[in-house]
Write a protein that binds this ligand. Structure first.
Ligand code: HEM
Ligand SMILES: [Cu+2]
Length: 680
């Protein structure tokens, strides 16, 4: 009979081996499928080298969904461990630590970030009436860098181990002295790749929004989702560098014996805490603002009204972006700074409640007297309002340093931030996925499975996290692999059931996709406006042509497409067509992605020659990038005309659908004119 510890070691190894097997077999299965369908070439030509913002957006979302799957499975394993964790459980402490570290790192950097970047990439150029982003090739490179970071985390499951230092990897624990081995290095380099990718893509988004808006689209005419994309991207540009600096300094400590964050020779770990949270707090707004943007599209669309309080919404978004840089110390109220500093940061933190409250009222007023349709995005959005307010209130509690001292590092905090991360961020992303899916693929997702998934997410989330508020108040520390107080057990069991329901939600999403693809012919919305949309992304076919719009639209105010529909000019044939030049495919994304991955992998394993070689390749590619003249592909006016006329013919042939029938196969993407005016 094995002893408890040894037993846990064995079980841990089995779980780890199973996870690694899933990754390897999954990769092999995908490769086999691609080979069987002779799809490698198409994958390379149509996707991996494409600089089309729409395809890049879709690839980001695919990456996010793959990583979401891993993150949720890990969460379920953690919950299972804690459910049986009274003086034991089946995982070793080391393994549990790897689980919360990968789960946190993945969910933030490789799930939420790619998800929102994907939605922004897909939607923003369409919403602002542009053909593409400002720097299409850079866009592809950013995607590849992010994906190679994710790949590194995946590889760590098979080769070696991942960090045990949590998603914020505090030194001195993560210093070489205390945690040698490759785990922390995997964490450092995957974050470095992800932060590079995010910074570059954020610069791209900012420039796109400033420079590529359709004529007449003033900033104050821009749809709210694009506004939140702008604010998020600006935050990233300022917030990512501290993270990159912090992880690189940590790398210097680990690799070259520097002492930035050690306890000896003048190092100070508080420098890391400050740098990390100088990034970390703005980061949570990076995650949530695009979700707010999605909700700000979903509420008006499915209430048949224009967004209430547009300007207050914009100002609230900007205030949140600004305030997000002034509150980072609330992540370490207990680390010894003076009381008045805590007080100042506590008050600053509470201030964020004001613009957020404004938004909540704006959304509620948007629904007021609207003709509300409870579609899947709307279910997520309404659940969000209820749950997010609860999360906001627990945030106000934590912002008070006196209360924070009591619950710091308990699972009360875990409940609070999942309250923001799941109903706040993830529900928004899933609402956006459901809302824009028909635009991207030309058919609607199955409504019934979508509802089931939404209800499982909502109930599962409540089951998994409401108990944690109570457990936290009872004193259960976060990151506990086991505990010795039997009073925790019942609530831990409830939380496990919740997590299983969340896993079921994920399964329902997968089934929904499968069923929808199979039934796609019945649910086509080629005309492109299935929800009676208000902004320009709905003014083109679904899926849109590569160049988005045959002629760049001219905009006169907000809700540009609703206005066009009301004036009867939503589907007009232009007087003439012109040639359109689109950027050509490029393999440079892959070159940077692969060499970036190799540099990171080689540094992790101290294979110096490989690191140097891959770095040289990346540098050479960079120089080639600079020397190369960006190639264009011209789409002849004839072809543009043909495509556009075919679409207009489809518009004429389609039967306008009333909102009551929008979830039936009568919906071909042409909305019957039943909106009640712009100012309604
Ligand atoms: C809805 C399903 C989810 C479940 C059941 C879940 C569960 C968990 C659990 C059990 C932990 C460890 C808690 C502890 O330390 O005691 C954890 C930590 C964490 N989760 Fe989640 N999670 C979910 C979704 C998410 C999402 C969507 C995000 C982010 C967007 C996220 C971000 C994190 C982070 C940052 C940590 C902290 C890791 C650390 O301690 O370093 N989680 N989660
Ligand atoms: Cu914060």
């Amino acid at each position: 009979m094995l002893e408890g510890g040894a037993q846990a070691d064995l079980a841990s190894r089995l779980v780890g081996a199973a996870a690694a097997a899933v990754v390897v077999l999954g990769a092999l299965a995908v490769a086999a499928l691609l080979t069987r369908h002779h799809a490698w070439r198409a994958l390379w030509r149509d996707w991996l080298t494409s600089v089309d913002h729409k395809k890049i957006g879709i690839m980001y979302v695919v990456l996010a969904l793959v990583m979401l799957t891993r993150g949720i499975l890990e969460a379920a394993v953690m919950r299972a461990q804690q459910a049986v964790g009274l003086s034991g459980g089946f995982l070793s402490p080391e393994h549990f630590a790897q689980l919360f570290s990968t789960h946190g790192t993945i969910m933030i950097f490789f799930m939420a970030m790619p998800f929102l970047t994907g939605l922004i990439n897909y939607v923003v150029p369409l919403q602002i009436g542009a053909r593409d982003v400002a720097f299409p090739l850079l866009n592809l490179i950013s995607l590849w860098l992010t994906a190679s970071g994710a790949m590194l985390v995946m590889v760590s499951l098979v080769v070696g181990e991942f960090s045990t230092g949590g998603w914020f990897g505090y030194p001195p624990y993560t210093e070489g002295l205390f945690t040698p081995g490759v785990g922390v290095d995997y964490w450092i380099w995957s974050l470095t790749l992800a932060s590079l990718g995010s910074t570059l893509s954020a610069i791209n988004i900012v420039v796109t929004i400033y420079k590529k808006r359709a004529p007449g689209m003033k900033l104050y005419c821009m749809p709210l989702f694009s506004w939140t994309a702008l604010c998020t991207a600006i935050i990233i540009v300022f917030a990512m560098p501290p993270l990159t600096a912090a992880t690189l300094q940590l790398a210097l400590d680990r690799y070259l014996g520097f002492h930035f964050f050690t306890n000896a020779l003048g190092g100070n770990q508080m420098n890391f805490a400050n740098l990390f949270w100088l990034f970390g707090h703005p980061e949570v707004y990076v995650l949530i603002l695009p979700a707010f943007g999605v909700y700000s599209e979903v509420f008006p669309t499915f209430s048949g009204k224009t967004l209430f309080g547009y300007k207050s919404m914009v100002w609230a978004t900007m205030s949140i972006a600004f305030l997000s840089f002034l509150v980072w110390v609330h992540h370490f109220f207990t680390m010894g700074q003076a009381g008045h500093i805590n007080a100042a940061f506590g008050i600053a933190s509470m201030l964020i409640g004001i613009p957020t409250g404004v938004k909540i009222y704006d959304w509620m007023t948007t629904m007021f007297r609207g003709r509300i349709r409870l579609t899947v995005p709307m279910i997520y959005a309404i659940a969000f309002i209820y749950l997010f307010v609860i999360g906001g209130i627990s945030g106000m509690m934590l912002a008070n340093p006196i209360i924070d001292y009591q619950v710091h590092n308990t699972v009360f905090l875990v409940a609070h931030f999942h309250n923001m991360a799941v109903p706040g961020v993830l529900f928004g992303m899933l609402a956006g996925y459901t809302y824009w899916f028909p635009k991207a693929f030309g058919f609607r997702l199955h409504e019934g499975w979508g509802r089931l998934a939404a209800y499982c997410w909502i109930l599962g989330w409540m089951g998994a996290f409401f108990p944690l508020y109570v457990l936290g108040l009872m004193g259960l520390p976060r990151r506990s692999v086991s505990y010795h107080d039997a009073r925790y057990v019942p609530l831990e069991l409830v939380a496990l059931v919740g997590a299983l329901l969340v896993a079921a939600a994920l399964l329902a999403l997968a089934v929904q996709l499968w069923v929808s693809v199979r039934q796609r012919e019945a649910n086509r919305v080629f005309v492109g406006d299935p929800w009676d949309g208000r902004s320009l992304e709905w003014a083109t076919s679904a899926p849109p042509p590569e160049y988005n719009f045959p002629l760049i639209p001219v905009v006169k105010g907000r809700d540009a497409f609703t206005a066009a529909k009301e004036f009867g000019v939503g589907y007009r044939e232009p007087p003439g067509y012109v040639d359109i030049a689109m950027p050509a495919n490029s393999s440079l994304g892959a070159v940077f992605g692969v060499s970036g991955f190799l540099v990171a992998f080689a540094l992790t394993w101290h294979i110096w020659w490989l690191a140097l070689l891959a770095l040289l390749v990346a540098l050479a590619a960079l120089i080639a990038c600079g020397l190369q003249r960006p190639a264009d592909r011209v789409i002849a006016a004839d072809e543009v005309a043909r495509t556009h006329k075919a679409w207009l013919a489809a518009v004429r042939a389609a039967r306008p659908v009333a909102r009551s029938a929008e979830c039936s196969s009568a919906n071909q993407g042409l909305a019957a004119l039943e909106t009640r005016g712009l100012a309604a």
